[in-house]
Design a protein around this ligand. Structure first.
Ligand code: DOR
Ligand code: ZN
Length: 339
């Protein structure tokens, strides 16, 4: 039985988020900044974020949009990893607030057609990132492999990167398999991982089990029940290698409810209330503060937030649509509300 009526948590960090571009950006940024103090903004825009001047402009747009709901919101920036990026360019990017570069294997997800097709072609840039203390975030799926095996096959490459670049900080993003969880646990402390909210809630059954649920379709796909269990165990364990990166990835309703639907789950507005529910149900609420507002900051060498948020026990119904997007848990009732 739940007796708590109020929960105080650190102001959360989201170490993996998409806010898109153009007219829709402001709404998505405001949803994000209403829940999080800092967010790591992904670079899979069109055109992709590959140079300092673009990233500086993008960051400014994000902060302008965030101002209305959270003037203290911090946008932590990333660039898309490509062969040939120079040390000079990396230094410029760093000075614009870039803290990580994102490795997208070619074609595995939204706007990744221009991703990496030759693994070793990006090693020189990765070596520079290691030297300059820029984190490497990896979308760990192997192109062309059967969809449920893409992450476990790519895991070998993460292991190679960890061996070849021992001082490089690597984040294996949005884990979806027990194999990847085990690998991250086994590798040294310079390798960590993000876990999304949706990968803590469902196996592939939640996407295609009893009905086709386009708003749960995402990359990497949620996998088997045993993978789901391994992810929950990792998130609930208090191991500092695992922290929140929501991969909140808005696509307009019509792009999802389509004969060729886009991958992405929109969780920005519901992530924290759902995590409270899940951590409470697993009797590990004491592990939530580090998962949402501690371990990620530590890994990225950022100061832990001193600010807090308050949730109250006050059931509310998640809207059917937010900014033209069907959010995770749409129309469902959640018990905990951020105030
Ligand atoms: O489901 C996903 N959506 N996974 C990703 O890696 C990218 C994201 C997006 O940008 O829509
Ligand atoms: Zn993503």
């Amino acid at each position: 039985m739940e007796s708590k009526k109020e929960i105080i948590l650190p102001l959360p960090d989201d170490f993996h988020s998409h806010v898109r571009q153009g007219e829709v950006l402001a709404g998505f940024v405001q949803d994000l900044a209403s829940q999080f103090g800092r967010a790591l903004i992904m670079p899979n825009t069109t055109p992709p974020m590959v140079c300092a001047s673009q990233i500086e402009q993008y960051k400014k747009e994000i902060l302008d949009a965030a101002k209305e709901v959270n003037p203290n919101f911090e946008a932590l920036m990333t660039f898309k990893l490509k062969p040939g990026i120079t040390e000079e360019e990396l230094l410029l990017m760093k000075s614009c607030g870039v803290i990580a570069g994102k490795y997208y294997p070619a074609g595995v997800t939204t706007n990744s057609e221009d991703g990496v097709s030759d693994f070793e072609s990006v090693f020189p840039v990765i070596a520079l990132m290691e030297k300059l203390g820029i984190v490497l975030c990896v979308h760990g799926e192997e192109p062309g492999v059967f969809c449920l095996d893409r992450e476990s096959v790519f895991a070998e490459k993460v292991e190679i990167l960890a061996k070849q670049f021992p001082k490089l900080k690597i984040v294996f993003e949005h884990l979806s398999t027990a194999k990847a969880v085990d690998l991250v646990k086994r590798l040294p402390s310079n390798v960590a991982a993000t876990i999304t909210v949706h990968h803590l809630l469902m196996s592939l059954d939640g996407v295609i089990g009893d009905a086709l649920r386009p708003h749960h379709f995402c990359k990497p796909l949620p996998k088997r029940p045993e993978d789901l269990l391994a992810l929950r165990e990792a998130a609930f364990s208090g191991n500092p290698k695992f922290f929140l990166g929501t991969d909140s990835a808005p696509h307009l309703k019509e792009k999802k409810e389509s004969c060729c639907g886009a991958a992405g789950v929109y969780s920005a507005k519901v992530a924290i209330p759902i995590l409270v529910r899940e951590f409470l149900a697993a009797n590990v609420l004491d592990k939530l503060p580090d998962f949402i507002g501690g371990f990620g900051a530590d890994f990225y060498n950022l100061p832990r937030t001193q600010k807090t948020i308050k949730l109250v026990y006050e059931p509310w119904v998640v809207p059917a649509e937010i900014n033209g997007v069907v959010p995770l848990a749409a129309n469902e009732s959640l018990e905990w509300k951020l105030v």
